[in-house]
Design a binder for this molecule. Structure first.
Ligand SMILES: [Zn+2]
Length: 306
């Protein structure tokens, strides 16, 4: 029987790797990430920083992540089987043998990303936030009424609360919270788009406060909001922000401190203790956050039969 260590790996040729990197414009194809993976080194003009990875969609060796029956070595090495990701996302897609990142999803990422780079080719770079709570609200006549008048006609109250609940679910539902929780648990990384979603939920609560149907919902909403605020404090003060000085549109919070993530250097004891402290707080807050979200959702369901 072949053991894990002796299974051959069918790697991409250098030519394939180069083509895939360039077609992706060195930008991670994960739509929630879009990390720019290449740039100058901080001080030495002779060096570059590169944080990208040409990853396998179907695995490089038999039995790897996302493997299926009868895949030939040629298929494993083919350019069609390659996707460009940042190194974090490259690791992420292979966790739990790739169960959360099936072949069809990665192919879609790749195709969408190539469409995106193609449509942006020869255009000036224009980084913008994509999440816009104002735009969401403007599409909702009932909610707009609430913001500008502070009141909702009685016969519209149920529709209004339901509307708010749906918007909150759209912005940050349980799968998103679980995704964030898993990232934090594994000392991974929080995408800035995820962080913005959490911010938007808090903003939404501000806009809609006191308009929930009953005291139970309101209390559950406040608890949920309070946990989100605690999480935000931890993210803001206990973890590094990267890249602090880079003007990309999607900067992200690194849960691993900068030095270890980008240079592989070991943390000194002081930094390590600081990081562990932050991680420990996080492990406490996330189950509470998810629990509060569930209670909030349950109260809404009870009241609105949603
Ligand atoms: Zn990425």
């Amino acid at each position: 029987m072949t053991t894990e260590a002796t299974k051959p790996r069918y790697e991409f040729s250098q030519n394939t790797k180069d083509k895939i990197k360039m077609a992706a414009a060195f930008i991670c194809a994960n739509p929630d990430c879009h990390l720019v993976t290449i740039g100058p080194s901080g001080s030495d003009e002779n060096r570059i920083q590169y944080n990208g990875k040409v990853s396998h969609i179907l695995p490089a060796s038999v039995g790897g992540p996302r493997d299926r029956e009868k895949v030939t070595p040629e298929e494993r090495m083919a350019i069609e089987n390659a996707i460009f990701l940042c190194s974090s996302c490259g690791d992420l897609i292979d966790k739990n043998n790739g169960i959360d990142y099936p072949e069809s999803l990665l192919k879609k990422w790749k195709e969408d990303h190539h469409q995106w780079t193609k449509s942006n080719l020869n255009k000036p770079y224009n980084g913008k936030q994509t999440i816009n709570i104002g735009a969401i609200l403007n599409n909702s006549p009932v909610a707009v009424q609430n913001i500008y008048t502070g009141q909702v006609p009685e016969d519209k109250e149920i529709a209004h609360d339901l509307e708010i609940f749906k918007k909150l679910e759209e912005i940050a539902d349980e799968p998103l919270l679980m995704l964030i929780w898993n990232s934090l648990k594994d000392y991974f990384r929080l995408m800035s788009s995820q962080q913005h979603k959490l911010d938007d939920v808090r903003d939404f609560f501000e806009l809609s406060k006191n308009d929930f149907l009953n005291d139970n919902i309101q209390q559950a909403a406040l608890n949920y909001k309070a946990s989100l605020e605690k999480l935000d404090v931890i993210l803001s003060y206990d973890f590094d922000k990267y890249p602090a000085n880079q003007g990309t549109r999607d900067y992200r919070l690194e849960l691993l401190p900068y030095s270890i993530h980008y240079t592989g250097r070991e943390l000194n004891a002081t930094d390590h203790a600081k990081f562990e402290k932050g991680a420990e707080k996080m492990r406490t807050i996330m189950p509470e956050l998810i629990d509060n979200y569930r209670k909030f959702r349950l109260e809404i369901k009870r009241a609105l039969a949603y």
